[in-house]
Design a protein around this ligand. Sequence first.
Ligand code: ADP
Ligand code: MG
Length: 316
Amino acid sequence: MIRAENLTKRYGQHVAIDSLNFTIERGEILGFLGPNGAGKSTTMNIITGYLSASDGAVTVDDLDVLEHPEEVKRKIGYLPEQPPLYLDMTVIEYLKFVGEIKGVPAAEFNNSMERVLSVVRIDHVKDRLIKNLSKGYRQRVGLAQSLIGNPPVLILDEPTIGLDPKEIIEIRNLIKGLGKDHTVVLSSHILPEVSAVCERVLIINRGKIVASDTPENLARRLTGKSRLSLRVDGPANEVKAALRGISGLRDIEAHPSTEEHAVDILIEAEQDRDPRRDIFHALSKANLPILLMRPMDLSLEDIFLQLTTTEQEVTA
Ligand code: ADP
Ligand code: MG
């Protein structure tokens, strides 16, 4: 549905995005994840035709954005970082205005409007002035304007920024629902956002794509190993001795436990081996009861830091 080839944007000497290559499939919910300044908004502005690339090309539904700007704009609903809301308009006036700009035929418009109002659940505030709405509701209006004309693609730039936790959850759920009928691209600099909503994540850092995968695969691929947390009833040295007999365990660390007479163990195992049954048998044979055994996934936060933190930043 969207294809970027060698997409590059320079501001003077500064390279904001550097030869990005990616494709986004129809119906996909893709997360564009990266720290502030990574190049997310620049990329979205180019896809939507609001900014021209210095190099490379983007197609939407096989149409080149530069060659067919109007057609491409009709295919895309865009929620920019700062939604262009007119505060002195009512919700309905504003959405009508957006419909006119987008050239939605009057006959279609009323239908489209009703659907949009109900999808983002703003029917009950439709006659209010936008300036009197809460931040969360303004963001819904922003989402609503992106849906006018029912475009197949939605591009949402940091859609939950500045919202409170309850509003964030509501907007996330809305976006998830929209993903059923639209190709959705959303950007975020926070991880829980993309892992909660997206099927695939593109991680962008300093204008380059550093990873592209499902949130789950990213975790697996990047660690190359799995971790287990264990609590065992018994002395640390005995527990460690019993575990050492198991093959495929790379590292065994013992820590004092908060539970009396117990020890907490952190195990790193080879990725392709699940050692849990061996652990059970080994400890059972040594008469050391397991009180707790839990796989520990590397969080997306850990991965993100690994991917986007340079050594320079670590030592700085
Ligand atoms: P993000 O949305 O990921 O926070 P942006 O795409 O806004 O990142 O910015 C990417 C880089 O380009 C940043 O280093 C930013 O300072 C720079 N940049 C963005 N817009 C401009 C501009 N109009 N002029 C000069 N530099 C810009
Ligand atoms: Mg941005």
